[in-house]
Write a protein that binds this ligand. Structure first.
Ligand code: KG4
Ligand code: ZN
Length: 357
C-alpha cells in the first residue's frame, strides 16, 4: 500500500468519535456522536449515562467512519484509541471495542494519550516542526506544554483546580444565559463571548488570579466563586428579579469575566514563552504557539494571545474549531505520527485488560 492508514477511536468524555486518516493527513472518513444535549439536561456529565450512550453508538460511529473512507478494514495499518486521560467508564467502552476489532482484524494497536492527540493535531494541517509550545484550554483541559517530539512533552503549567471552559459554563448557568433569546443554543463560553460584546468590561472590577505566582500554572475556581458572589449581589440589587430572569447587568459581568480570564491565560502563556526562550528550548525568532480546545475559539482570548505572540516574535496557530474540540481525526492522526516515529505501536494486546467498575 502507498499510504499508512489509521482508524482512530475516541470515547474519553462525551463524544463518541471515529475517523480514518492517511499518512499525508487526508481525512478519508469521519463520524461523531455528541452527547451534549443529554448532559445539558442534567447540568453535567453523569458517567454511567455517558458510558451507556457510548455503548449504544460506538459500533455505528466506527462503521460510518470506515464506510465513508471507502477503505476496507483489511487495508488499515493500525487502530488507534484514546486510553487516557478521561472518564474511566467512557474510556472503557472505546478500549473494549477497539481491542475486539484489533483481535478480529489482526491489526497493530496504538494506545493514545488524549492530550498528546490535541497537541499534535496542528501538524495534520501545517508543517509545524518540533519543538513548539501548546496551550490547551477547554471545558475539561487547561495546560501549557512544550512539545519536543511525538511522545516527548514537557509540562510547563496546568490548572490547579478547574478548566476555563468549566468556569465559563458555570457562570453562564448562574446568569441563566440558556434563557437568553440570543444565546439559548450556545455553550456557556460562547454565550459569554456573545453577550460580552454588549457589555463594558470595566463596569465590574475582577482581578486576575495568581498575579504573583512565579510559574505557568492557572487557577479558575477562585475567580468563579468571586464572579458568582457578584452575581448573587447583583440579584439582590436588582429587586424583583424572577428566578431564571436575565440580570440587566449580565452583559457587563460577561465582559468582565471574559476580560479577566483572557488576561490570566495570556499572562501565564507569556511566562511560558519567556521561560522557553531564556533556556533555549524554543527558537528566538520563529517559535510557534499552538492554541487548541473549545475555549480557543473565543476571539477575545485569541486577541489577547496575539498581543503576547506579537510581542515575543512568535507565530500563533489555531486548528479550525471542529479540530479544536474532541474528535476522531486527532486520534487517527496521532496514530499516524506514532507509526511514522515508530513509538508505542503494539503488535500484541494480550496483556491489555480493561475492567469497567
Ligand atoms: O473542547 P471542548 O468542546 O470540550 C471539552 O471540554 O473537552 O470545549 C468545550 C468548552 C465549553 O466549556 C465551552 O463553554 C467552551 O469550550 N467554549 C467557549 C467558546 N466556545 C466553546 N469558551 C469561550 N468562548 C467560546 N467562544
Ligand atoms: Zn479534549
Amino acid at each position: 500500500f502507498l499510504h499508512k492508514l489509521v482508524l482512530g477511536i475516541e470515547t474519553s468524555c462525551d463524544d463518541t468519535a471515529a475517523a480514518v486518516v492517511d499518512e499525508t493527513g487526508n481525512v478519508l472518513g469521519e463520524a461523531i456522536h455528541s452527547q451534549t444535549e443529554v448532559h445539558l439536561k442534567t447540568g453535567g456529565i453523569v458517567p454511567p449515562v455517558a458510558q451507556q450512550l457510548h455503548r449504544e453508538n460506538i459500533q455505528r460511529i466506527v462503521q460510518e467512519a470506515v464506510s465513508a473512507s471507502k477503505v476496507s478494514p483489511s487495508e488499515l495499518s493500525a487502530i488507534a484509541t484514546t486510553i487516557k486521560p478521561g472518564l474511566a467508564l467512557s474510556l472503557g467502552v472505546g478500549l473494549s471495542f477497539s481491542l475486539q476489532l484489533v483481535h478480529q482484524l489482526k491489526k497493530p494497536f496504538i494506545p493514545i494519550h488524549h492530550m498528546e492527540a490535541h497537541a499534535l493535531t496542528i501538524r495534520l494541517l501545517n508543517k509545524v516542526e518540533f519543538p513548539f509550545l501548546v496551550l490547551l484550554i477547554s471545558g475539561g483541559h487547561c495546560l501549557l506544554a512544550l512539545v519536543r517530539g511525538v511522545s516527548d512533552f514537557l509540562l510547563l503549567g496546568k490548572s490547579l483546580d478547574i478548566a476555563p471552559g468549566d468556569m465559563l459554563d458555570k457562570v453562564a448557568r448562574r446568569l441563566s444565559l440558556i434563557k437568553h433569546p440570543e444565546c439559548s443554543t450556545m455553550s456557556g463560553g460562547k454565550a459569554i463571548e456573545h453577550l460580552a460584546k454588549q457589555g463594558n468590561k470595566l463596569h465590574f472590577d475582577i482581578k486576575p488570579p495568581m498575579q504573583r505566582a512565579k510559574n505557568c500554572d492557572f487557577s479558575f475556581s477562585g475567580l468563579q466563586h468571586h464572579v458568582i458572589d457578584k452575581i448573587i449581589m447583583q440579584k439582590e440589587k436588582e429587586e424583583g428579579i424572577q428566578k431564571g430572569q436575565i440580570l440587566s447587568s449580565a452583559a457587563h459581568i460577561a465582559a468582565a469575566v471574559q476580560h479577566t480570564i483572557a488576561c490570566h491565560i495570556a499572562k501565564r502563556t507569556h511566562r511560558a514563552i519567556l521561560f522557553c526562550k531564556q533556556r533555549h528550548l524554543l527558537s528566538q525568532s520563529n517559535a510557534v504557539l499552538v492554541v487548541s480546545g473549545g475555549v480557543a475559539s473565543n476571539l477575545y482570548i485569541r486577541k489577547a494571545l496575539e498581543i503576547v505572540t506579537n510581542a515575543t516574535q512568535c507565530t500563533l496557530l489555531c486548528p479550525p474549531p471542529r479540530l479544536c474540540t474532541d474528535n476522531g481525526i486527532m486520534i487517527a492522526w496521532n496514530g499516524i505520527e506514532r507509526l511514522r516515529a515508530g513509538v508505542g505501536v503494539l503488535h500484541n494486546t494480550e496483556g491489555i485488560r480493561y475492567e469497567p467498575k
